[in-house]
Design a protein around this ligand. Structure first.
Ligand code: NCD
Length: 328
């Protein structure tokens, strides 16, 4: 792969996106073995640089790097010199000086991953693990991997799958706090690149300015969007920590939000039988998603987490071992 960094889905063309997804499938195949570890990145060091709280993404990257035999250093802003005011630049210089081979970064500022990769402070591949409300490319890739597994047309289903149409004909509804969601942005970019159709559903207060120019439909009415029989319904977390003051103004009350935009018991029961339910986690049960939906066999939330490890293994492998990619 010619890519040096993974900062945004927009850096990927169709062929590169498929290469990551196909490599993730190959990685997944190795994960059913008793010994899960591959020697590929033995002797390399991956730094997890997390300026924002994270549970599953950080653990997922750590697991992925370790499964490829890399050493992992977890650097979280709390308890580090960052809380003493150290800048992103000084942190970057330190990582380079310590001999890191790749940096996985999560930051509350949109653009932080791009800056780290391109400011000239260090010369290491950077993977964006979420920057502000901008992008979260590995999340979109793991979501696409999950959809391919459940929904992709198989040879024999009709026309041969043409380039740019890996998820052709698949309808995805993404519901909730789109305004603050890097997951929604990354998914719109990747799903449309793969040929799927996306509808965003949210109250007007939780949609960003300029959303009309995105390559998707926008609907304020969840029931109307569900009446189109989507193949996947992706619920987004209401990101209260990005709402100030404390959620005020974006919706009248949690109860009203759930009634209008929650995947409640009735809406869940009315879904077509093949429709999958997705959520990037962490879930606010009772707010954007009901326990019935979250815990049902239709929910692929746990599969999304498992696929996250495979996608991150693929990304680390393709960025750090490109010469190996053609020889092994
Ligand atoms: C998402 C994130 O951090 O952007 N979560 C994740 O990576 N698992 C979505 C969210 O926090 O709501």
């Amino acid at each position: 792969m010619s890519l040096r960094h993974l900062i945004t889905i927009r850096d990927l063309d169709y062929r590169e996106a498929l290469q990551i997804l196909d490599t993730a499938e190959a990685m997944a195949a190795t994960q059913s073995h008793r010994v899960k570890k591959l020697p590929t990145l033995h002797g390399r060091t991956v730094v997890n640089l997390f300026f924002e709280d994270s549970t599953r993404t950080r653990i997922s990257f750590e697991t992925a790097a370790k499964r490829l035999s890399a050493d992992v250093i977890n650097f979280s802003a709390k308890g580090s010199s960052v809380s003493k005011g150290e800048s992103l630049k000084d942190t970057a210089l330190t990582l380079q000086a310590m001999g890191a081979d790749a940096v996985v970064v999560r930051h509350s500022s949109s653009g932080a991953a791009h800056r780290l990769a391109h400011a000239g402070w260090m010369d290491l591949p950077v993977i964006n693990a979420g920057d502000g409300t901008h992008q979260h490319p590995t999340q979109a890739l793991l979501d696409a991997m999950t959809m391919r597994r459940h929904l992709k047309r198989q040879p024999g289903d009709g026309d041969p799958v043409a380039p740019g149409t890996d998820l052709a004909g698949i309808q995805v509804v993404i519901v909730g706090d789109v305004l603050h969601s890097r997951v929604a942005r990354s998914n719109v970019d990747l799903l449309t690149l793969l040929g799927a159709t996306v509808t965003l559903v949210a109250p007007p207060t939780l949609l960003p300015v300029g959303v009309d120019e995105w390559a998707c439909e926008v609907d304020y009415d969840f029931d109307h969007a569900l009446a189109q029989n989507p193949d996947a319904v992706m619920m987004l977390r209401v990101q209260r920590e990005r709402m100030s003051p404390a959620g005020g103004g974006f919706f009248p009350s949690p109860g009203e939000y759930h009634a209008s935009y929650g995947l409640d018991r009735q809406r869940f029961a009315a879904l077509p039988s093949h429709t999958i339910v997705m959520h990037p986690g962490p879930m606010n049960r009772g707010l954007e998603i009901s326990a019935e939906a979250a815990d049902s066999p239709r929910s692929v939330v746990v599969e999304q987490v498992a696929n996250g490890v495979s996608v991150r293994m693929a990304a680390l492998y393709l960025l750090l071992a490109p010469e190996g990619a053609s020889h092994e």
